[in-house]
Design a protein around this ligand. Structure first.
Ligand SMILES: Cc1cc2nc3c(=O)[nH]c(=O)nc-3n(C[C@H](O)[C@H](O)[C@H](O)COP(=O)(O)OP(=O)(O)OC[C@H]3O[C@@H](n4cnc5c(N)ncnc54)[C@H](O)[C@@H]3O)c2cc1C
Length: 385
C-alpha cells in the first residue's frame, strides 16, 4: 500500500481525490517549481487553476462554491503536497482562512467572501504576528478604531504567509486597546484599492523559498464596519481559538508528508550509492537509522489518524492538537536531519530534494505556535483537576 494513501479515515473517494490532486500537481506545479523558487512566489494563475479543480474549496459548502466534502479531503491535499516535498504553496494558510470565514463570519460575509476564496480569485492570508510580538498575541499593537461607518486600521505585521499575493487578509487588531485580550477583533481587509495598505519586503528565508512571506503595513487604512468578522467586537481571541486544533492538525499532516518524502528520497539514494564496496543500504548504521525513521513515521500516522477521528467527532482538544504539532514537527526535524546525513555531501546540495526538505522543516517548530507554547498548553492541561 502506498503509505500516503494508507490512513484509517481514507475511503475510495479520498483516494480518487488524491489521484486528482497528484495529477494536478505533477502537471501544473512541478514544471514551474524551479521558476517559482527563483521568483520566491507561486503564480496567481496556479491558484486559479487549483480553484477550478475544486482543490481550494473541497470542504466548503456547495452553496459557497465548494464541493461540500469533509475536511479530510483537505488533508489529502496536504499529504499530496508533502509527497512532492513542497511547502512553498501557501494553501494550508489559505485553507485556514477559508475555515475561519466559514465558521465565524456572518452569513452575509460568507456569501461575500467565500466564493472568491474558493475559486482562487482571491488568495487568503492571516496577519497576527507583528515585529514586536509573535507568541504573545495579546500584546499586538495594530489598532482598528471606529470612525463613523468605518474602522481605521493602523500598524504593521510581519512574517505573513501569502503576503505579496493576498487579496483578503484577516488582520488581528485591537478595537479596544485598553481591554487587553478582550479588545482584540478580526478585521477583514480586501486589499484591492485599499488606500494606506502597503506590502513590505518579500522576506528572504532559509527555506520555503517559493512562499511569499512578507511584511505588511497599514497606514490609516479605512475598512467598512461590515468587515468586522462576526457580529461583535472583542471576540478575536475566542474566534482564533476555534480553528487552532485544525491548524495544528494540518501542521502534523504536513510534517508526516514531508517525512515520508524524505524517507523515500533517502532510500533511493542509499540503495544505489556505494562506499567501501557495498551499498550504503547494506551498512548496519544506515539500516538501523532508516528503520527508526520508518517507525517514527508510522507512529505519527497512527497518532494523526486518531486525532483526525477526534476532529471529525468534534472532540479534538487544544492540548491534544498541541501534542501533535509539537511531536510531529520535532520528529520531522529528526527525520530530515538523519536523511540528509545519509546523503553525505549530496544532501547539502540544493539540487537534491533532501536539502530543501531539511531547510523547510526548521520553521515547523516555530510557526503555528512555537513548540515551547505547545508544551505550555499540554502542561497546563496536566495540572488541572
Ligand atoms: C515562514 C514563516 C511563516 C509565518 N506565517 C505567518 C502567518 O501567516 N501569519 C502570522 O501571523 N504569523 C506567521 N508567522 C509568524 C510565526 O507564527 C511566529 O514567528 C511565531 O508565532 C513566533 O513568534 P515570534 O517570531 O515573534 O517569536 P517570539 O514570540 O519572540 O518567541 C521566540 C522564542 O521564544 C520562546 N518563547 C516565547 N514564548 C514563550 C513561552 N511562553 N514559554 C517558553 N518559551 C517561549 C520560543 O522558543 C520562541 O520560539 C510565520 C513565521 C515564519 C517564519
Amino acid at each position: 500500500m502506498d503509505s500516503f494513501l494508507d490512513h484509517a479515515w481514507m475511503t475510495p473517494d479520498h483516494r480518487a481525490h488524491a489521484d486528482a490532486v497528484r495529477r494536478f500537481l505533477a502537471e501544473e506545479y512541478q514544471p514551474n517549481r524551479a521558476r517559482w523558487t527563483e521568483a520566491g512566489v507561486v503564480d496567481r494563475a496556479f491558484w486559479r487553476k487549483a480553484g477550478e479543480q475544486g482543490i481550494l474549496g473541497a470542504s466548503i459548502p456547495e452553496d459557497h462554491g465548494g464541493l461540500g466534502l469533509p475536511r479530510t479531503f483537505d488533508l489529502v491535499t496536504f499529504l499530496e503536497q508533502g509527497r512532492i516535498g513542497d511547502s512553498g504553496w501557501g494553501i494550508s494558510v489559505h485553507n485556514i482562512v477559508l475555515h475561519y470565514v466559514a465558521s465565524i463570519a456572518t452569513p452575509d460575509q460568507q456569501a461575500r467572501w467565500l466564493p472568491r476564496l474558493v475559486s482562487g480569485e482571491w488568495i487568503g492570508a492571516i496577519a497576527m504576528t507583528e515585529p514586536g510580538t509573535g507568541s504573545d498575541l495579546q500584546a499586538v499593537r495594530t489598532t482598528a478604531l471606529k470612525n463613523g461607518n468605518e474602522y481605521v486600521l493602523s500598524g504593521s505585521k510581519t512574517f505573513i504567509t501569502n503576503g505579496q499575493n493576498a487579496d483578503f487578509i484577516l488582520v488581528v487588531a485591537k478595537t479596544d486597546p485598553a481591554a487587553g485580550g478582550r479588545g482584540i477583533s478580526l478585521i477583514a481587509l480586501e486589499t484591492d484599492g485599499a488606500e494606506g495598505f502597503r506590502r513590505g519586503r518579500k522576506l528572504d528565508k532559509m527555506g520555503m523559498r517559493r512562499q511569499d512571506t512578507s511584511e505588511l503595513f497599514f497606514d490609516d487604512v479605512r475598512v467598512p464596519r461590515s468587515n468586522l468578522v462576526g457580529d461583535a467586537e472583542g471576540r478575536g481571541f475566542a474566534q482564533l481559538m476555534t480553528q487552532l486544533p485544525w491548524e495544528r492538525l494540518i501542521l502534523a499532516y504536513l510534517a508526516l508528508g514531508a517525512s515520508r518524502c524524505a524517507l523515500r528520497h533517502t532510500l533511493a539514494h542509499v540503495r544505489q550509492r556505494k562506499a567501501f564496496g557495498q551499498r550504503l543500504m547494506d551498512m548496519q548504521n544506515t539500516r538501523f537509522k532508516l528503520a527508526e525513521v520508518a517507525t517514527e513515521i508510522e507512529v505519527l500516522a497512527a497518532f494523526a489518524d486518531k486525532l483526525t477521528a477526534e476532529f471529525q467527532a468534534g472532540t479534538l482538544t487544544p492540548e491534544r492538537a498541541a501534542m501533535a504539532k509539537m511531536w510531529s514537527t520535532e520528529m520531522q526535524g529528526r527525520t530530515v536531519d538523519t536523511c540528509l546525513q545519509l546523503h553525505g555531501g549530496y544532501g547539502y546540495m540544493n539540487e537534491y530534494p533532501i536539502a530543501e526538505l531539511y531547510a523547510d522543516a526548521r520553521v515547523q517548530r516555530i510557526y503555528g505556535g512555537a513548540n515551547e507554547i505547545m508544551r505550555e498548553i499540554v502542561a497546563r492541561s496536566l495540572d488541572r483537576d
